[in-house]
Design a protein around this ligand. Structure first.
Ligand code: GLV
Length: 357
């Protein structure tokens, strides 16, 4: 016969009905799913998740759990909410013996071993909707900034380095110019809408052509990448980072661009070979660059920091208060929907099931 203590530890509530009879009811949280959130975020977007499940956040004042910390505790969790730069690799997935869902706080998911997660029957989800418009804003902002030299001239003005004159500080006009979008998914199309408003003509490259009615909507011409690079005044990278797109733009591709052209990357750093970019800028093979993402982590290579014709942002594409909360809501809803047997908002992999195990 189990002692009262042991029974309590098993998660049951004991209700004494009379001296001889004890009724056991399961505590509400006995079977409660455990969710691990790797990064400290505003809690508002997590309200629904916290209402239903036992949610662990990093302690107050700690930005995020380290990989090693997560590795050490993942076996207790049914779901993890990972950040776009947090590696969810084979080792972590293997350690997650109870893991059913990886809900990535990002549209991109190159931080996750999707193939292995699928083999293990683990559902991976992402957040494409909340990131589409703000990332396109960021790309358009960088296009305007680099082509009109806004940040460069602000910096020079503050430092007393600016020369004023009608033939000084000349940039390039957007109206009538051509924007080449590499990756015509949601963000690429949202960027096209903004660029059209600035009078730009759209050409694009994508793994497959978009629907004819969308091509017509954006008056967008599909081109092989070599032709796109050749004819564009602005090239914007909006494709996911995969083995195929790693260094998609390198020395040869930059050489193929116009010497007056600019390149924008708001997708993932390693798609653009940063050393090749710095050489191309130094040699005047292209005119400027706007980067929101870098090849080697949070910072660009030092050479780029020295160049006036490069605008650099620290992966700021989705950094608004509104988007942070929307993304938290999405990652939460993806987990809740999965456990409640409803279609998650955005599945990344197909594990042939619509509900939790
Ligand atoms: C941000 O980089 C994202 O992938 O959502």
């Amino acid at each position: 016969m189990l002692s009262v203590d042991v029974i309590a530890k098993l998660g049951v509530t004991l209700i004494a009905l009379n001296d001889n009879f004890i009724q056991c009811t399961y505590l509400d949280n006995y079977n409660m799913k455990k969710i691990l959130v790797t990064y400290n975020m505003f809690r508002i977007g997590y309200a629904d998740l916290m209402e239903r499940y036992d949610v662990t956040f990093p302690p107050d004042g700690v930005e995020s759990f380290t990989y090693e910390e997560v590795l050490g505790m993942i076996d207790q969790y049914d779901a993890i909410q990972s950040m776009f730069n947090f590696p969810v690799d084979k080792q972590l997935l293997d350690a997650g013996t109870k893991l059913q869902v990886v809900s990535n706080y990002a549209a991109g998911f190159d931080n996750i071993d999707i193939k292995y997660a699928t083999e293990r029957g683990i559902q991976v989800t992402n957040t494409p909707d909340p990131v589409t418009e703000p990332t396109a804003d960021q790309a358009m902002g960088l296009i305007l900034d680099v082509s009109r030299r806004i940040t460069e001239l602000d910096r020079k003005l503050r430092q007393g380095r600016v020369k004023v004159g009608l033939l000084e500080n000349l940039g390039h006009s957007l109206a009538g110019s051509t924007l080449g979008i590499i990756g015509m998914g949601r963000i690429g199309q949202a960027l096209a809408r903004r660029a059209i408003a600035s009078g730009m003509k759209i050409v694009y490259y994508n793994r497959s052509r978009i629907a004819p009615q969308l091509e017509e909507l954006y008056q967008a011409q599909y081109l092989p990448i070599s032709e796109l690079l050749h004819c564009s005044d602005v090239v914007s990278i909006n494709t996911p980072h995969t083995a195929e797109t790693h260094h998609l733009i390198g020395t040869e591709e930059l050489k193929a661009m116009k010497s007056t052209a600019i390149i924008i990357n708001t997708a993932r750093g390693p798609i653009l070979d940063e050393y090749a970019l710095s050489n191309a800028l130094k040699e005047g093979e292209i005119w400027g660059a706007g980067l929101d993402v870098f090849e080697f982590g949070h910072y660009p290579i030092p050479e780029l920091l020295e160049m006036d014709n490069v605008v650099l942002n620290p992966h700021n594409g989705t950094q608004t208060i509104e988007v942070r909360n929307e993304m938290a809501y999405y990652v939460s809803r993806n987990i809740i929907n999965f456990f409640e047997g409803i279609e998650p908002i955005a599945r990344v992999n197909d594990i042939n099931k619509t509900e939790g195990k």
